[in-house]
Design a protein around this ligand. Structure first.
Ligand code: GDP
Length: 212
């Protein structure tokens, strides 16, 4: 079957459950891919573009409000996980500590986690949040794919410079990772992102290898 005729199984994603701490996570079976990003980076818009559904992940109107981990089922064995993002000064320190502890532990210990999609605003990549997440991915030996989104707001030169900066960071920090430009608005980069997710979830290559 030609790639053009292949349906996008990610379109089947549907809301499954929410959690606000480790105890409420779904059972650690099958495979999942998580999305993270500093608040307002464009994570919800990227997730919606990739699954080709307008309102699956809710775009944030209130930066820093209490957030949940949302699970979206693709099928019985595969999930997408929308992790909380933060980064605004108004997030209370106790809440930031809660999410820091949760995120580092989740990335380190979650057996079903095949990879992390880290969404960055292409105009401001590698924020403190991003660098911290990448550090945890390296410690956990977890593959990471960086989406440099809102690329439509940049012309070609600065967009390429941002991509090279992130690729260099991944290389220099010994991360198993890749990066690409993305625009939820223009739907640019959606197919390459889907390919990474499908590979991690074993959707195209049954038995495909998750984390090392
Ligand atoms: P989140 O907080 O990371 O989930 O970010 P959202 O997806 O809610 O997006 C934050 C803001 O950026 C919203 O106003 C979106 O409309 C806007 N946005 C998200 N993605 C893009 C994009 O690719 N291009 C442009 N121009 N704006 C975007």
């Amino acid at each position: 079957m030609s790639p053009a005729a292949t349906p996008n199984p990610l379109r089947q994603a549907s809301y499954q459950a929410s959690a606000h701490d480790s105890a409420q996570l779904l059972p650690d079976t099958g495979r999942e891919v998580a999305f993270a990003g500093r608040s307002n980076a464009g994570k919800s818009s990227a997730l919606n573009a990739i699954v080709d559904q307008r309102g699956l992940a809710h775009t944030s109107k209130t930066p820093g409000r209490t957030q949940l981990i949302n699970f979206f089922a693709i099928d019985a064995d595969r999930r997408l996980v929308d992790l909380p993002g933060y980064g605004y000064a108004k997030v209370p320190p106790a809440l930031k500590r809660h999410w820091d502890a949760f995120l580092s532990r989740y990335l380190e210990t979650r057996e079903s986690l095949a990879g992390l999609v880290l969404v960055m605003d292409a105009r401001h990549p590698l924020t403190d949040f991003d660098v911290q997440m990448l550090g945890w991915c390296r410690a956990a030996r977890l593959p990471v794919h960086v989406l440099l989104t809102k690329a439509d707001k940049l012309s070609r030169g600065p967009a390429t410079a941002a991509l090279h900066r992130v690729e260099r960071h991944l290389r220099e920090h010994g991360l198993a990772g890749s990066a690409q430009l993305f625009s939820a608005l223009k739907k640019d980069g959606v197919e390459p992102a889907r390919r990474v997710l499908s590979g991690w979830l074993g959707l195209e290559a049954p038995g495909g290898r998750p984390r090392e």
